[in-house]
Design a protein around this ligand. Sequence first.
Ligand code: G
Ligand code: G
Ligand code: NA
Ligand code: MN
Length: 251
Amino acid sequence: LSLISEFRRAVTDNQLVLHYQPKAKLSDGAVEAIEALVRWHHPARGLLYPDVFVPLVEQTDLIDDLTRWVLRHALEDLATIGDPHLAVAVNISARNLSRHTFAADVKAAVRRAGIEPHRLVLELTETALLFDPTRAHDVFTDLTSYGIRVSIDDFGRGQTSLGYLSALPLSEIKIDRTFVRDMVTNAAHAAIVRSVVELGHNLGLIVVAEGVETAEVGDELRECGCDVAQGYWFARPMPLVDLRRWLAGSD
Ligand code: G
Ligand code: G
Ligand code: NA
Ligand code: MN
């Protein structure tokens, strides 16, 4: 049986599970959001990571079922954590935006969970954004007018025009980990990170660095004025039970 034909059951039989990775302010270490990252407990193949199945699922309308499942569970989990300042970030795919009910579905999920809309951040990669820029602009305008926030993930990998970027109703950009990881030893990457921080701030956006693996990189990012960091340096993606313990210990 192919993986994609088995995926339908994964959603209905609750074989999916969310792990959460914190995003923390570089100024004081406060956790401002958790990113939901899906895993599949496959009955025969064991724990599957999203890079194995999300690219396949994204080629079919099953991506709408996956995103709906992730949104519902991420928002419900957030509600149980009980910290009113914490947000949850959910990854969406380009194909989700082409579904005509997408914005309405997201808003309904937020309403059902009883979460304030600004506590949901949708992450879309820069390359996915370029799949249909006009559609992305329209859907994001609808979602952000409701209060939901939008983040451009893996920024620096694509080739977004600066005019288009400035016209999007964004709240955040996430600098791609390839530039962040080695910025202490790679001067060109450090220059890119500095420039993106300045660009983001000039557009009024929060700038997040992903893939922060060491304290040295964290220090350099703070010195650059980067706002938020995410990475193995302080937390790996973890199941909800572990996240609760981690959050309690990081106060
Ligand atoms: O979880 P991991 O660290 O292995 O993530 C690998 C990739 O899978 C990342 O690019 C991440 O954005 C993507 N991903 C993880 N969870 C989801 C999800 O729920 N939906 C989508 N569309 N992509 C996801
Ligand atoms: O593309 P996206 O940003 O959604 O990817 C999230 C992925 O990044 C997850 O697979 C997560 O496990 C991985 N990740 C998170 N922190 C780090 C890190 O510090 N280093 C590396 N190499 N990967 C990370
Ligand atoms: Na992401
Ligand atoms: Mn990313």
